[in-house]
Design a binder for this molecule. Sequence first.
Ligand code: A2P
Ligand code: 11C
Length: 339
Amino acid sequence: DGPSVAIVGATGAVGQEFLRVITARDFPYRSLRLLASERSAGKRIDFEGRGYTVQDLAAPGAFEGIDIALFSAGGGVSRAHAPAAVASGAVVVDNSSAYRMDPDVPLVIPEVNPEAMADVRLGKGAIVANPNCSTIICLMAVTPLHRHAKVKRMVVSTYQAASGAGAAAMEELKLQTQEVLEGKPPTCNIFSQQYAFNIFSHNAPIVENGYNEEEMKMVKETRKIWNDKDVRVTATCIRVPTMRAHAESVNLQFEKPLDEDTAREILRAAPGVTISDDRAANRFPTPLEVSDKDDVSVGRIRQDLSQDDNRGLELFVCGDQIRKGAALNAVQIAEMLLK
Ligand code: A2P
Ligand code: 11C
């Protein structure tokens, strides 16, 4: 029993994580179809005791009989193929940026705004968008506080892992690290500059206002998810040589006062959030600690001393970019469709 599920981009970093999350959560499925590019067509993937042959997404009938299609093969692939999936009656959960800002497409973090997808039904073709990983990780920690004291302004600085740029970027980081240690010139295929032992501004293109696209996604997606077009958000997104979890420094300005003890209490009760805030031991969230974990981890919770009347807080958040930033969030959306 359960829905028939297709995974688009099944050979990629997020695609492989979909499979792990499906197993971890015991997601019920009637059948599974693994789709990727023609490069991978014919490749065998063993999953839960069965062998699957990867199929070419572009072959006719790729979505025939599919109830839920989990897409993670980039925006171009989603734009090219999600309409066909919808036309054949599937609900597409799209991990790309292609449809996020479409007013007819819900942009959903299940712990934050499940109500946005109230009209989406299994059996009726539709798209639900998964937010950008940096947005998800940030809003998992900030939304519970926002509900309490209303965020007026949010300043985010990110420290983003290789996985955000795909499996090949993770391989490039490993290879470069080895090359640099051996005194060889680093191979730069995915990124245009040395990544190992370096940090640089996020590789997303810079737009007209000087921000890069990753930063603008955080701005626009936050407004849509919170349904608050007035909230002020600014971000600086940086790539750091970690493997699969993003870190973010978040500065908040609230409409109402919020002291740090109350903030800690609120976060302790928040689903999908763990607190790691040991001042005595100087131990706080790290990308390594949250890797392969479902929860985002929050620490460095402190009053912003530059703001009056307890109107400001500082936080440091880490989250597994492939897990909650992508695959887990999408599978949670799929689970909501089964309710
Ligand atoms: P393939 O392995 O056949 O190239 P990652 O983000 O880790 O780089 O993974 C990208 C995923 O998207 C892979 O599964 C990749 O398949 C898939 N993909 C990329 N381009 C296409 C395409 N044009 N059609 C179908 N799948 C694609
Ligand atoms: C990163 N978040 O970490 C990016 C990549 O809009 O889904 C994913 C871009 C997106 O590099």
